[in-house]
Design a protein around this ligand. Structure first.
Ligand code: AMP
Ligand code: TRP
Length: 340
């Protein structure tokens, strides 16, 4: 990649319901790890994305506060990173429109998340849900972000972002947008449902028992792991032995993600252990890591004005980075910009 782009991280989470252990291990924990001298880090609560499906306005506000609180409680430092909600910075929607005119219908038709979410109902979902990946490209490229840490399910959307950047650069004969790298790393890039190891853990699954919420209390976390679906066999001595055991593999990956170890190291420690030993150890580890975060989240959510002030400050910083980039886009595209 051309050296002209500052190493810059951008990522987002939707305020569309309670956050899960999947969000924590697949995204938040890794966002925290990327803060530091190597990158400028920009993290966004993507409320424009959330309304691609119907959201109750009060719940949307509360979820926005919940996500902001979760990020800070997990270690995002609002001084070291830029932290804001998407709708307060209009560059996202504006560049999103321009990208709607760059992305091709054929590209959008290949998006597997749209196909999953729309299902048989494709005629009834919003136009926004279809255009959603072009808005995500705008989020990333409005900051010339070079790296995007996400869970495995977002890989295709980051690839689409690269295609949009490439087509824009090519069509206008410029070298303006960076070709962004997805960063999908660690043992828990795809945390699975606790009742069905072939499905992703998500905010919106039908049963609460299939996911761990970041706001679950210690008893609930322990109960959910105890009831998590497994198979009758003990843990094997090597990772290879988990090949056709998705539920078992998922619990090992969660343990690895929470303890910052490799799945191999976890298997080595628990080789031959039955679920009666492994599940309580996993529950204890999850409680140890998550409960201090949820305690802090609840404390912050009780002071929404303070969170609003933080988001306002973050939005100001985000605006300062994205506005000049958007002005250059207007010049490249040929929009008259006579207001300065
Ligand atoms: P979302 O909740 O769809 O806004 O997702 C926000 C971030 O969390 C994205 O980077 C997702 O890839 C990540 N994420 C969501 N669910 C999971 C999961 N089950 N496993 C790993 N990462 C996830
Ligand atoms: N689409 C992402 C998700 O559902 C959220 C998102 C929106 C995002 N804009 C982004 C992630 C930009 C990374 C970068 O998980």
């Amino acid at each position: 990649m051309a050296a002209k782009f500052t190493p810059r991280v951008f990522s987002g989470i939707q305020p569309s319901g309670g956050l899960t252990l999947g969000n924590y291990l697949g995204a938040i924990k890794r966002w925290v790890a990327m803060q530091g001298p190597d990158f400028e880090t920009i993290y966004c609560v993507v409320d424009l994305h959330a309304i691609t499906v119907r959201q109750d306005p009060d719940k949307l506000r509360r979820s926005t506060h919940e996500v902001a609180a979760a990020l800070i409680a997990s270690g995002i430092d609002p001084e070291a990173s830029v932290l804001f909600n998407q709708s307060q910075v209009s560059a996202h929607a504006e560049l999103g429109w321009i990208f709607n005119c760059i992305a091709r219908i054929g590209w959008m038709n290949r998006m597997t998340q749209f196909k999953d979410k729309a299902g048989k109902n494709a005629e009834k979902v919003s136009l926004g849900l279809y255009a959603y990946p072009a808005l995500m490209a705008a989020d990333i490229l409005a900051y010339h972000a070079t790296h995007v840490p996400v869970g495995e399910d977002q890989k295709q959307h980051v690839e689409l972002t690269r295609d949009i950047a490439q087509k824009f650069n090519h069509d206008y004969g410029v070298d303006f947008f960076p070709i962004t790298e997805p960063v999908i790393e660690g043992p828990a890039t795809r945390v699975m449902n606790l009742r069905d190891g072939t499905r992703k853990m998500s905010k919106s699954g039908e049963s609460d028992m299939e996911r761990i919420n970041m706001l679950d209390d210690a008893d609930t976390i322990a109960r959910k792991f105890k009831k998590a679906r497994t198979d009758p066999d003990p843990l094997p001595g090597e990772l290879e032995g988990l090949k056709d055991r998705p539920e078992a593999r998922n619990l090992v990956d969660i343990y690895a993600g929470l303890s910052d170890r490799s799945p191999e190291a976890v298997i080595a420690e628990y080789a031959g252990a039955g679920w009666g030993r492994f599940k309580p150890a996993l529950a204890e580890l999850a409680v140890e890591k998550l409960v201090p975060i949820s305690d802090e989240m609840r404390r912050m959510m009780a002071e929404p004005d303070a969170l609003d002030a933080l988001l306002a400050r973050g939005a100001g910083k985000a605006e300062a980075i994205s506005r000049p980039i958007l002005e250059q886009v207007h010049d490249i595209v040929g929009f008259v910009r006579s207001r300065g």
